[in-house]
Design a protein. Structure first.
Length: 186
């Protein structure tokens, strides 16, 4: 099923591409993508990489560092982004919306697009069989639809944990190919 990354995107040398023109003659474009994550206190055991390498578990210090962003950091981020009226796409672990409805309300009020970053940033796709990865992706698509009433518009695997199957499974899990996987880690 997996298609090698080199076969997914046609080769295009820069000196033969059409000139890129931004609206209003702008010379640069900025894509603002805050990464809003949620880490499980006790993640699934037996993964290829331990999300909390300090032992014994739970790693309270590691968890607290990660949890700070959802308690304080995101609210400071909202203030700055609102001040400059910048549109955003949020790279989001969907568990954030489940555990912290206030963050969901704030993102939805700002009409931020969601780039799904899995459910938890501690639930990796590495080493999963195709059926297990398919189930995780389908769960993300269904969770986003249930919480927002919308289809996902993008995908970036939790902790960048792509497999060769990920782009195909993401496309398969969506209706009308609504989700566009970000291929930066392939």
């Amino acid at each position: 099923m997996a298609v090698p990354a080199s076969d997914r995107i046609a080769y295009s040398p820069i000196d033969r591409r059409p000139r890129l023109a931004w609206p209003n003659g702008a010379r640069i474009a900025l894509w603002l993508v805050p990464n809003v994550e949620h880490y499980e206190y006790l993640p699934r055991a037996g993964q290829m990489r331990d999300p909390w390498p300090r032992t014994p578990h739970p790693d309270v210090l590691g968890y607290a560092r990660a949890d700070y962003g959802n308690r304080i950091g995101i609210w400071r981020t909202f203030e700055i982004i609102d001040r400059y009226k910048m549109p955003c796409t949020v790279s989001l672990n969907l568990a954030v919306y489940e555990h912290f409805p206030e963050i969901m309300q704030a993102c939805e009020a700002r009409r931020w697009e969601v780039l799904c970053h899995g459910l938890y940033n501690t639930d990796y796709l590495w080493g999963l069989g195709e059926p297990e990865e398919r189930a995780i992706i389908a769960d993300c698509v269904a969770t986003h639809r249930r919480l927002t009433g919308r289809e996902l518009q993008g995908w970036f695997s939790p902790a960048g944990s792509w497999t060769l199957n990920t782009p195909d499974l993401v496309a398969e899990a969506t209706t009308e190919d609504a989700v566009q996987p970000v291929l930066s880690n392939l």
